[in-house]
Ligand binder design. Sequence first.
Ligand SMILES: CC(C)(COP(=O)(O)OP(=O)(O)OC[C@H]1O[C@@H](n2cnc3c(N)ncnc32)[C@H](O)[C@@H]1OP(=O)(O)O)[C@@H](O)C(=O)NCCC(=O)NCCS
Length: 183
Amino acid sequence: MKVATSDGKSKSKTKNLVIRKPNSTDGAAVNELIADCKPLDENSVYCNLLQCSHFAPTCALAELNGEVVGFVSGYLVPETPERLFIWQVAVSPKARGLKLGKRMILDILDRGVCHDVTELHTTITTSNAPSQGVFRSVARELETDVNRKVLFDREKHFDGAAASEILWQIGPFERVDVERVAA
Ligand SMILES: CC(C)(COP(=O)(O)OP(=O)(O)OC[C@H]1O[C@@H](n2cnc3c(N)ncnc32)[C@H](O)[C@@H]1OP(=O)(O)O)[C@@H](O)C(=O)NCCC(=O)NCCS
C-alpha cells in the first residue's frame, strides 16, 4: 500500500491515500471540511478558493478513497520567505490518528518552493492540545527547537472576543533535515 505525495514520491501506509497540492475546484470541499473541524474558524468559500489557487504551492490536501479528508493552508511570509507560516490544519474526524496532519505539513516543506525555508511558524491557542501535539511532533522529527510568544493578544487584538494566539517558532532546520524526515 502506498501514499502518493505531491512530489511524486511514494510513502507508506494507508490504502488510497493521496497528499497533493489543492486546485481551485477543491475550494468548496475544503470549506466543508473546515466546518467539520471545530474549533477552526470557518472561512468564506472565496478565501478557500484563493488558498487552493494562488497559495496552492504552500497548501496541501489529503484524499482518502477520493474524498477530501485533510487540508493545510500555509504561505511564505512575504518579508521573510525563509519562513513558512501554517495557518490552519484540518483533518476530518474519520481520518484522525493517521499522522495526516503532520504528513501534510512535511509534504509542503519538502517541495521545491520551500527549498530555502529554515523556520516553520504557526499560532496555537493554549487550549488546543491536538494542534500542540502535531507541531511538537513536527519539531521533534526535524530535531529542532520550539520558541513561543504571544502574537495576537485576547484584549489587544481580539477585543476580548477570542483566546490569545501563541506564536510557535519551530527551527532553525536545514534542507537536509526535511529530506531526512520526508524520505
Ligand atoms: C489537530 C488535527 C489536525 C490532528 O490531525 P491528525 O492527522 O489526527 O494528527 P496526526 O496523526 O498527524 O498526529 C501528529 C501528532 O499529534 C498528536 N496528536 C494528534 N491529535 C492529538 C490530540 N487530540 N491530543 C494530543 N496529541 C494529539 C499525535 O499524537 C502525534 O504525535 P506523535 O507523532 O508524537 O505520535 C486534527 O485533530 C484536527 O483537524 N482537529 C480540529 C482542527 C484543529 O484544531 N486544527 C489545529 C489547529 S490549526
